[in-house]
Design a protein around this ligand. Structure first.
Ligand SMILES: *Cc1c(COP(=O)(O)O)cnc(C)c1O
Length: 385
């Protein structure tokens, strides 16, 4: 289907930070399949896990336990303090689960009408009907109306508006720590404090969508941990299994009692192959101390981008955290992405004329230098619109 604006190219191979097309042309990959290839392409540990787990079983179903899923739930609990896991296959599916369980919790704890969820304008939570209703972008929703009821939208980082939106019918707030698709807008400290205050005072659930920011992307395991936030539910997906489809809803004690067998499910969710790959990603993250690399490469890229801003111009802002960086441009981002692609550098845009730098978490210093050099050259040569 004609659902994507694709480059008319077939990609056939990936290795480390590079992707190769059918003609053998190499591209430096600084989009990582939209923050998915956390360890780059064809990481030997992931290739090994694919083979090993593939030999003993890819799927048994949720009628039984499997060891990789148990291990993954334990690892995620240790890293996040959230002891309950539901595994699925994508980010939108993780958010669907969060929406369902938030509604059930609200109904049980606060009454029949307490199913309202507050979300933010310019947010992105996914493309299926529940997550789309949570996504505060009218242009994405309009063709598919009517939306699921029960959502209200507040401007991001507006503490007053958030406090005013809470009513006795509110069961949850769903929020990103950095609005990724929305243009790489990080949460302010004041907003994080308001979320903490509401959690303490308002009897509601804080759902943090870490589908893009989670699993080390910002230099913390969860971006919310960098703000001292402890969510009641966290959703993960993109980078969790390093390129294999997986999603996860993590939850704490607060909702444990309102969940029972049959409330939700997934045929493929929690299959041993996806979970084994996620376990390998988490192991490599620790063994190779990748959070430290994320911080160091982030500093390098931000310094480099600010230097380009001074020398070449055409950059309005450089922002973000870790290896989720956004560069706001004063010329059309589509032209820039196209020119970078032709010059052998893969980048992905976000709303508001922003281009995202999303390299793998183990990207090297040399690859970052190379990306900066291509970016500076392309930016300098582009004709203003
Ligand atoms: C990508 C993304 C999603 C949707 O994930 P899919 O796996 O594409 O369904 C949800 N929330 C955020 C913050 C995302 O970046």
């Amino acid at each position: 289907m004609n659902l994507f604006n694709r480059e008319d190219r077939v990609m056939v191979k990936g290795e480390g930070s590079y992707v190769y097309d059918a003609d053998g042309k190499a591209y430096l990959d600084f989009m990582s399949g939209i923050a998915v290839n956390a360890l780059g392409h064809s990481h030997p540990a992931l290739v090994q896990t694919l083979a090993d787990q593939g030999q003993v079983g890819m799927h048994f179903s949720n009628y039984y336990w499997n060891m990789p899923a148990i291990e993954l739930a334990e690892k995620l609990a240790a890293k996040t303090g959230l002891g309950q896991s539901f595994f699925c296959n994508s980010g939108t599916e993780a958010n669907e689960a969060a929406i369902k369980l938030a509604r059930k919790w609200g109904r049980q704890h606060k009454g029949e009408n307490a199913i309202q969820i507050i979300s933010c304008q310019q947010s992105f939570h996914g493309r299926t009907m529940g997550s789309l209703a949570a996504t505060g972008q009218a242009s994405l929703q309009a063709p598919f109306a009517p939306m699921l009821e029960g959502f209200s939208y507040v401007p991001y980082n507006d503490c007053q508006a958030l406090k005013q939106a809470v009513t006795k019918e509110t069961c949850a707030i769903i929020v990103e720590v950095i609005q990724g698709e929305g243009g790489v807008h990080p949460m302010t400290q004041a907003y994080a404090q308001t979320l903490k205050d509401l959690q303490a005072e308002a009897d509601l659930l804080l759902i943090i969508d870490e589908v893009q920011t989670g699993v080390g992307r910002t230099g913390h395991f969860l971006a919310s941990q960098g703000y001292g936030l402890q969510a009641d539910m966290v959703t993960l997906a993109k980078g969790l299994a390093g390129g294999f489809p997986i999603g996860a809803l993590l939850a704490g004690e607060k909702i444990q009692a309102s969940v029972q067998a049959g409330d939700h499910g997934s045929t493929f969710g929690g299959n041993p192959l996806a979970c084994a790959l996620a376990n390998t990603v988490l192991d490599v993250l620790d063994q190779d101390q990748l959070l430290a690399n994320v911080q160091a490469r982030s500093k390098q890229l931000q310094e480099g981008l600010n230097h380009i801003r001074q020398e070449v111009g055409r950059i309005v802002d450089v922002r973000g955290q870790g290896l989720l960086l956004g560069v706001e441009l004063s010329l059309p981002v589509a032209d820039l992405c196209q020119a970078c692609y032709e010059a052998g550098l893969l980048l992905v845009s976000a709303k508001g004329n922003v281009v995202r730098f999303l390299p793998s978490l183990n990207v090297s210093q040399a690859d970052c230098d190379q990306a900066l050099a291509i970016f500076a050259q392309v930016l300098g040569e582009l004709q203003p619109a």
